[in-house]
Design a protein around this ligand. Structure first.
Ligand code: FAD
Length: 342
């Protein structure tokens, strides 16, 4: 684990110039890898209340954006939009709305996109989505879209039609361009039985449809991510691919995510975490293992990291603090009344 120096590295140590330790370089804002967080719309009032504190804590890390998930089959259509607009209007964060299309007609999808755009949302993560869990006789909507690439195309078309209808919309689009992210799968998409080669083909079609960048599914070894990027580049994918990182602080959650995604956490990591009974020590060990993963993907050229927070700020912020991402440049550090930068 990297013992990352922090932004107080230039503190005067009182030693003479000759003996002073060389100053640790502080990353210029443009050189800082991107930091972003995934959140989900809480299902309870208590969850909503706690999320306000989490948003405030995450804000101190000055993330480049936060993304908000969309429940399978549009289950959270209203709550996703509500949370995205809450973030837009009550925080300094830039929200990205996840959107799925597999279970809705094209017309309904267009209406949902219009609702989000009307609410001022300018960034989307376009997904196909999965069939509802456990529904064996499920079929995609007969008048629906079948792939995320088609959804990217529809997002671009809706925006173009809005601009064609209104010159004001053209100006707004120039000031705040529509950005569209997509998903990528370092180990292949297990939910659809796809291999990494299938995913690279899908990623290329998403790029051709107008995707701006990709965020990956969870993975636990840097070579999977680096191989996906290398294969994607060979195939002609040029958009940035941001690794999705799950802080490995909770073995039960790792096991659940493994079952859900088909990406199993390494047995050695599970055994190591499972063998630590003190929750604090387990947390530190998990942060250390995840920090190593983050440093490896950044060293391999990743543009930044997207942290799966599960609406908990402490693992996400501790992870940043344990990596070079905790070394904020002075103009990005917290203001005195918000002093909680890790
Ligand atoms: P697609 O890329 O359309 O892929 C679907 C299938 O078609 C794949 O098997 C793919 O290999 C294949 N395919 C598509 N195009 C091609 C092509 N040109 N050539 C060959 N094969 C092709 N789900 C939710 O319900 N809500 C969320 O908020 C959500 N957020 C997510 C965030 C991230 C970062 C990730 C990685 C996943 C998320 N998911 C979410 C899960 C996602 O919806 C599912 O994994 C879904 O199975 C695939 O979505 P997709 O967008 O990759 O679809």
């Amino acid at each position: 684990m990297t013992d990352a120096p922090r932004h107080d590295a230039h503190r005067n140590t009182g030693t003479s110039d000759e003996h002073r330790a060389p100053p640790v370089p502080v990353l210029a804002p443009a050189d800082r890898p991107t930091v972003s967080f995934e959140l989900f719309p809480p299902g309870t009032t208590d969850g909503e209340r706690r999320l306000v504190g989490t948003l405030h804590a995450l804000e101190q890390a000055r993330p480049d954006f936060v993304s908000v998930t969309y429940g399978a089959s549009g289950r959270t259509r209203v709550t996703t939009r509500r949370l995205v607009t809450q973030i837009l209007h009550t925080t300094s964060l830039t929200p990205i709305a996840h959107l799925t299309c597999v279970d809705t007609s094209r017309a309904a999808t267009v209406a949902i996109i219009e609702e989000f755009l009307d609410a001022g949302v300018r960034s989307f993560l376009a997904l196909r989505g999965d069939p509802p869990a456990g529904q064996v006789d499920w079929h995609p909507h007969p008048e629906g879209l079948h792939t995320a690439a088609q959804l990217v195309e529809v997002l671009r078309t809706v925006e173009a039609e809005r601009c064609a209808r209104s010159a004001a919309q053209v100006v707004r689009g120039l000031v705040k361009p529509l950005s569209v992210a997509v998903a990528a799968f370092p180990r292949g998409n297990h939910a659809t039985g796809g291999t990494r080669a299938d995913d690279v083909r899908a990623l290329l079609s998403k790029q051709r449809a107008g995707a701006d960048f990709a965020i990956t599914q969870v993975f636990f070894d840097a070579p999977s991510y680096l191989a996906l990027v290398a294969e994607a580049r060979d195939a002609g994918v040029t958009i940035p691919i941001i690794p999705g990182i799950l802080p490995a602080t909770d073995p039960d959650r790792l096991a659940r995510v493994g079952r859900l995604t088909g990406v199993d956490p390494p047995r050695a990591l599970m055994e190591r975490l499972g063998g630590i009974s003190d929750p604090e020590a387990q947390h530190r060990a998990g942060i250390g293992a995840t920090a190593d993963l983050v440093e490896a993907v950044l060293a391999g050229g990743a543009p930044g990291i997207h942290v799966y927070t599960f609406n908990q700020h402490r693992p996400a912020l501790d992870l940043l603090a344990a990596t070079r991402l905790g070394r904020l440049p002075s103009n990005l550090t917290a203001s005195p009344d918000h002093p909680s930068v890790p």
